[in-house]
Design a protein around this ligand. Structure first.
Ligand SMILES: NC(=O)c1ccc[n+]([C@@H]2O[C@H](COP(=O)([O-])OP(=O)(O)OC[C@H]3O[C@@H](n4cnc5c(N)ncnc54)[C@H](OP(=O)(O)O)[C@@H]3O)[C@@H](O)[C@H]2O)c1
Length: 302
């Protein structure tokens, strides 16, 4: 297992909710930030409110292209590759890139691009069950609120046996694809349905009509996962219901994005699953029809 180190050089690309939370976990390492091209030449300030209510001010100097042990990308899935591409000329100074995001598809797109560019950085992927959101309530300075404790896992996307330490609060796993696929399968059930019905997670089990849809989508996704050789550790139908109950009051990130008029990460969740199904020649009619309904809705509202 890889240990954490107090002397790592860490950069953060994507200083939103998760990026700010990670900057808080790693403040002793004095991470630097990589702002959008052409924006913010000066250090970035972020206010973070921890679970216990304690407030912390974080100051992140802008990266000047010096050596980094880890460049951690915490943008949304769709922004990952374009965000990295902005820094192509400086990436030879980066030892490892960790993509810490929901969804799948962006990791391989980045791996392919790094290879095409002949860039030596090794690619890692990670997932987190921590919760954080940006609070911009009127009359208050904007702050990121740490809303739920959880775990952050990371592992090499391609073989990397050199045992580099990870930043604090991140646990190394040998096969990151397994927990990523487990998370993707759950998200592919809960997220599109809560978006379609505009409901909180718990309504997927308490409302009879929604529950019927949850059972059908979880069953199709379980069969599909099996045919893709994903071998989920728990039966998906039971797990999806347990997650909906345990997070009954929550709005899924997809529903939150829709309500806020933002693009969702569904292309990197259901879209990725459908891409795998298509490549393997496996039908996924329910996933496909729900995804299409949501795409049509987002096309109409944009
Ligand atoms: N929030 C959670 O509780 C949580 C939990 C687990 C996993 N996740 C996952 O973690 C990822 C990040 O989520 P989030 O909630 O932190 O999203 P977020 O708050 O929207 O943060 C994303 C950040 O990336 C920045 N960004 C986008 N393109 C950029 C670029 N080219 N250069 C520099 N910065 C760029 C955005 O800047 P602008 O503000 O300027 O657009 C924004 O600050 C997602 O995949 C999400 O699903 C989130």
């Amino acid at each position: 297992m890889t240990a954490n180190s107090p002397s790592l050089r860490v950069g953060l690309l994507g200083l939103g909710a998760v990026g700010t939370l990670m900057a808080g976990h790693w403040h002793r390492l004095q991470p630097v930030c990589l702002p959008r091209a052409g924006r913010h030449a000066a250090a970035q300030q972020r206010r973070l409110q921890w679970l216990n209510g304690q407030q912390q001010m974080l100051q992140l100097p802008v990266w000047q292209g010096t050596g980094l042990d880890w460049l951690v990308v915490t943008t949304k899935a769709a922004d990952t590759l374009p965000a990295l591409q902005q820094w192509a000329a400086q990436l030879p100074a980066v030892d490892r890139i960790l993509l810490l995001q929901n969804g799948m598809g962006q990791q391989q797109a980045c791996a392919d691009w790094l290879q095409q560019q002949g860039l030596p950085c090794r690619l890692w992927a990670g997932i987190s069950t921590e919760g954080a959101y940006l609070d911009t309530a009127a009359g208050q300075p904007p702050r990121v609120v740490h809303a739920g404790a959880g775990n952050t896992l990371a592992g090499p996307w391609q073989e990397d046996a050199s045992g580099i330490p990870l930043p604090p609060a991140v646990t190394a796993v040998a096969d990151i694809r397994q927990p990523m696929r487990e998370k993707l399968a759950i998200n592919a059930v809960i997220n599109p349905l809560t978006a379609l019905f505009r409901c909180r997670n718990g309504e997927l089990v308490s409302n009879r009509r929604y529950h019927t849809q949850l059972l059908a989508l979880a069953q199709e996704t379980a069969t599909l996962s099996e045919q893709l050789g994903w071998s989920l550790s728990e039966p998906l139908v039971q797990r999806a219901q347990a997650v909906a109950r345990a997070t009954a009051a929550n709005r899924s990130s997809t529903l939150q994005d829709i309500l806020a008029g933002r693009p969702t990460e569904l292309p990197w969740i259901t879209g990725y699953l459908l891409h795998c199904a298509h490549k393997a020649g496996v039908p996924a009619p329910l996933n496909s029809s729900i995804y299409q309904q949501l795409q049509e809705h987002s096309d109409r509202s944009s």
